[in-house]
Design a protein around this ligand. Sequence first.
Ligand code: ADP
Ligand code: ASP
Ligand code: MG
Length: 463
Amino acid sequence: MSFVNTNFTVPPPITVAKFGGTSVADHAAMSRSATIIKDNPAAKVVLISACSGVTNLLVELANGIADNEQRSQRLQQLRTIHQSIIDQLTHPEAVAAEIDQLLTDVEALAKQTASAPSVQLTDQLVAHGELLSTFLFTQILNEMGAKATRFDIRPVMRTDSQFGKAVPDVDAIRQLASEQLQPLLQSDQIIVSQGFIGSDETGQTTTLGRGGSDYSAALVAEAISAEILEIWTDVPGMYSTDPRITANAMPIQEISFSEASEMANFGAKILHPSTLLPAIRQQIPVFIGSSKAPEQGGTWIRQHVAQPPKFRALALRCNQTLVTLTSLNMFHAYGFLSEVFRILGEHKVSVDLITTSEVSVSLTLDQTNTGGGAPSLPAAATEALSKLCRVEVEQDLCLVALIGNKLGEAPGAATQVFGKLDNYSPRMICFGASPHNLCFLVKTSESREVVKTLHAALFEAAK
Ligand code: ADP
Ligand code: ASP
Ligand code: MG
């Protein structure tokens, strides 16, 4: 289908829609999500996550469960999740064999990884969650009378070979999408494909890191020049903080790309941190809504919004690893930091935040790879750094971030925040590098209380 405009043909506007794990958790959730697609003729490309809980199970298996009984138990859980959806299909026979084959592959890979786990095997195994869910979702759309076709995204979603946290090759993805995906868009079919997964140049399966389906959807939207990106999840949009932390969290109707990017970067799980990069490059507005209650509306993320507020939201990111490096040789010396970063770079340690004093430097480690959990400093990096300075590693910490606008110029912003934290011990305070955030570490045990306290003072009181 195309719109004819006197003497040249304009492609119809396309929406790329992404549904997260809870939106495809079971037959009922998949049916609700499928209805959203059916009701929107522009929604021609749908990317979905694995059914809720499936990626966690696959990660456990990928980490290598040596005990046969425990492994079988996880495999059985995977079978049950998918079988219960198959059981509710009108035509289970249309997908039963494919699902069975994929689950059999999972079993073989899980056995393999139990004796010799590897990052390649992890990605190959974990990718099965999305491969499974897309078969079921396509079938449900078809049983609802829509015309849907399943598409394996891996040959299009070209990445490098950093398994567990692969970096997409944007130019290659655009080229591959124009060859393999664009022709399908000319048909009347809805394309159902996988978030999270891709493949490297040699065809090996890769993943973009936990929560990466949002990013996949944005990359596809960019590659096909979609007009809108929709992210359907279990809450009606972005809130002033995670609604699971406080029921007083307030919905945000409209937010700028830069504010939403900061929220995502600082732990607002609703968006994978890289999601907005492609949307910003291509200026694609992003809508976030709840697949359980689409009628409730949601949040629009755009380039500019009218009157961005001083304080926008609070984000919380746990599983932080803090590394403190201390050396008297650092005092008035040059070259120390460059040596530190050379060593970290050599051991592929990605640094997130950093603060320095005359004799020490504290940094937190990046933690977005598919393996999950708090990242550790590799032993070889610790050894190399120890030759240069004292190395201390601390975990059990969370990062609290206040997101806003022109925070550095806002008189009294720091007092408004730290004046409320007399009962807590914030550490590694970062303020000033970005006009959009102020952040600090706190102990995991007090982190939710800190967010609640600040939310009450900065958001609820203002209301
Ligand atoms: P999906 O599986 O659909 O990708 P996620 O669990 O990754 O969903 O993200 C949705 C969750 O993000 C919500 O259930 C909510 O708890 C959490 N969240 C964190 N911060 C925020 C926020 N500021 N606004 C809304 N939701 C948030
Ligand atoms: N299924 C993957 C995960 O659970 C990707 C995603 O849901 O975005 O992390
Ligand atoms: Mg998510």
